[in-house]
Design a protein around this ligand. Sequence first.
Ligand code: GLN
Length: 454
Amino acid sequence: TEACLSEIEGAGALNAFVHRTPELALEQAKAADARIAAGDAPAMCGLPLGIKDLFCTRGVASQAASHILNGFRPEYESTVTQNLWDAGAVMLGKLNMDEFAMGSSNETSVYGNAVNPWKVDDRALTPGGSSGGSAAAVAADLCLAATGTDTGGSIRQPAAFTGIVGLKPTYGRCSRWGVVAFASSLDQAGPMTKTVQDAAIMLGAMAGHDPKDSTSAELPVPDFEAALSGDIRGKTIGIPREYRMEGMPAEIEKLWHQGAEMLRDAGAKIVDISLPHTKYALPAYYVIAPAEASSNLARYDGVRYGHRAKLGQGDGIVEMYEKTRAEGFGPEVQRRVMIGTYVLSAGFYDAYYNRARKVRALIKRDFDEVFAAGVDAILTPATPSAAFGLGEMQDADPVQMYLNDVFTVTVNLAGLPGISVPAGLDGQGLPLGLQLIGRPWEEGDLLNTAQVLE
Ligand code: GLN
């Protein structure tokens, strides 16, 4: 813990930690020492972690990287972080992210962007988003692991951009209670770690049924680490043809192929599969996610939390809402609220929101059919490119940024577990990730297969 705290001290330029909690960390570390001395050391005992700013942590600033939650210190602890503390983990502080987890570059954060510890010459790169601070912190050894959340790729894309492991569990595996809501039917917390084994251990500590989240599954948490047998003989791995996008960099194509070869060498059977509705996933996601976000973010009204605008003479409650929300939300969040409100409005609900829901069902059915036909996991690239330069995408058409999520959003729409594993380096020496998508509730199997790619 002390070593991490001093690393963090020296790594201000990465802008990964946005709130530090050194006193709390040392206190928790002492308690962990005592547990170890007493011979009662749970799975995460004494392990120093960073926590994404989206998780509510009792008495510690939890702002979802938004101005509107300025000064918000929750009275309660999210279930996932509570589970981690119960398992003996130590909190070093809160990690940078895109505002309300909306973004793919960490550039929508009120704290300014986090920086990728990987560099090409002097070009500063994004660590990805929205869990960019988590990815940068783990990759730069500021903490042993971090929590992330993934609504459309926010664990897997930053993991790929920084050369670490990121797992989005099956929807319902981890409680969403106390995690600031973005799109409730897609959001899922997960571990961001240096190795697949670490991800298995940390997921075991984070997961579990929670009566406070009605969508958390009433299933026992298996021993994910015990599933890491290294044996994938007889498994069937599908390669979906629709993920072979036009214009995909040759290096990514090559790593994808190499990944398939590694799995084949380990005894898996590689088969071509089709997920025909893939091309509708991004448009469906960018209707459903903003729709849910616009509803979830209605609670930030200047009354219950954080920031309230200064009001002028004669301003009433409507002006208070308007001014507070105009000042408190950044441009990307405002864009999502506007899109979401539009697609949910009476005249357009059927044309957009309902249609997107139907598309979502078709996407899920594609996966169901492939799994029913005997496929155990699906191998794809995690991202369509390596980390891009900070500022390079920001002023472009926002849709350019959304295209980053092309390989990851399908997994959230279908509620499946997905993991990004470092797959190698591109020609510039930057990390690239491969994604494995698994059957629901079979994270153990998925992690076991992922470990072969490490
Ligand atoms: N980049 C996607 C978005 O902006 C995904 C974000 C996420 O997974 N939280 O919506």
